[in-house]
Write a protein that binds this ligand. Sequence first.
Ligand code: HEM
Length: 464
Amino acid sequence: MSKLNETDVQGFVIRGYNFPFARYLFLEVTDHQKVRRFIDNLLPYITTGEHWDDGKPQSTVNIAFTHKGLALMQLPDASLLSFPVEFLQGMKARADILGDSGPNGPENWDEIWREERVHIWLAVNALSPAALEDACATIQQLLNTHGGAGIVGQQDAAALQIDGKFCTKEHFGYTDGFGNPDYLGLERHSQPGQGKLNKDGSWSPLATGELLLGYADEAGELPVAPLPHLLANNGTFMVYRKLHQNVATFRNYLEEKGKAYPGGKEKLASKFVGRWRDGTPTELSPDKEDSSIATDPSRNVNFTFGKDSDGTKCPIGAHLRRVNPRDAFGFNGRLTNRRRVTRRGLPYGPYAPEGQPITDNIERGVAFMALNASLSRQFEFVQQQWIEYGNDSHQGNDKDLILGNHGSHANGSKFVIQGTDDPKNPPFVCGGLTNFVELRGGDYFFIPSMTALKMLSTGTVDPR
Ligand code: HEM
């Protein structure tokens, strides 16, 4: 396949910027004509997928819309109705499907998400706080000049600083951000383990249509997309979820269970996720951290589960095995290839150093985003079937330990670590699970191409 027109795709879609600072601005649309002018004037600032020949810019700007936002911009009805139903409904209406109930239920979300007041998402990523403020000031200036929308909320996020250094850890202490799929026609060098598994054990990029609208997906079909095609092509859908982390509860749980687990606390932590906290995959090194693997791009995502069907190295219910089972379900991983998502986002809130008293109540978590061509086939399936349910992996009703909406202890939520006869690696059951992560809001967004943004800003979307 020839290279894609990367200048037409928003940069956020194509690459993880790996900038330490971000601010997500949430806008409410008040006037369709004025907001179009605002977007038209914002266009020169939007970061595309163009290659950065002169190194990284100081900051980036990207934009996305909820369905309600597109409706308020007065897209023709025929276009609005042609979007996939899950996007049309929005994330709040999909709560039952996603298992977003109880502490994760919309009634407990932050107000702006509860009231569905967010119509436009603007993401500013930056190399420094000053660059972040500069870019936000430019956006505010454009809003002041053109009007049509107002900022109703914002989420600051930043890479965690531990011992004064930025790192890629999240609040539970795990190194994050290894696994994201490769796609055909996108510039990243294919890393073994990132795309799809071939019969000979090698890896190749996934079909572009698993990420971008307008291209064939892994079934050789075009993903369901809105009309006209020019509006859809080179665009994608995004899930935004504000995921609060109950760090105190997590640490206490790990401490307590770690005393009972013969492998000790750190090994237990590795079993929860399928990676040691430094990122070493348990599948490749089940008994100890190995920084030579964790830091080697040719090995740190290059593993499969087919030969570990008993889960003795990586538990069958471990987070990364649930969300990307690779070849665990047979057929050389072909079932998994249709359920991949591309992750974006950063932690928010201050890092709590180990060993210091903390509470769950501090605003602390992950501003989580997932990109995919089909919200229902990809993100929603993973959330419903693999995170909130365990049947595909023969784990019954067990949920992902890290993410599961475990609710009250009475439902017997548990996580099973498969083991061997070796007393150092025994089977172990972690019971009494409670919510380590809680949803505080979010929505489904459409990230249009540059061409589509121009159409939106000039009011020339014509579905005929
Ligand atoms: C606070 C919330 C979350 C935490 C703390 C968390 C933590 C982690 C960690 C530590 C890893 C291993 C690092 C890596 O492989 O890059 C990982 C991988 C991953 N997580 Fe999460 N995660 C969270 C939410 C989610 C959600 C909501 C999804 C939904 C789909 C998700 C999907 C994934 C995927 C796809 C991978 C890569 C698996 C692979 O390709 O091997 N995570 N996560």
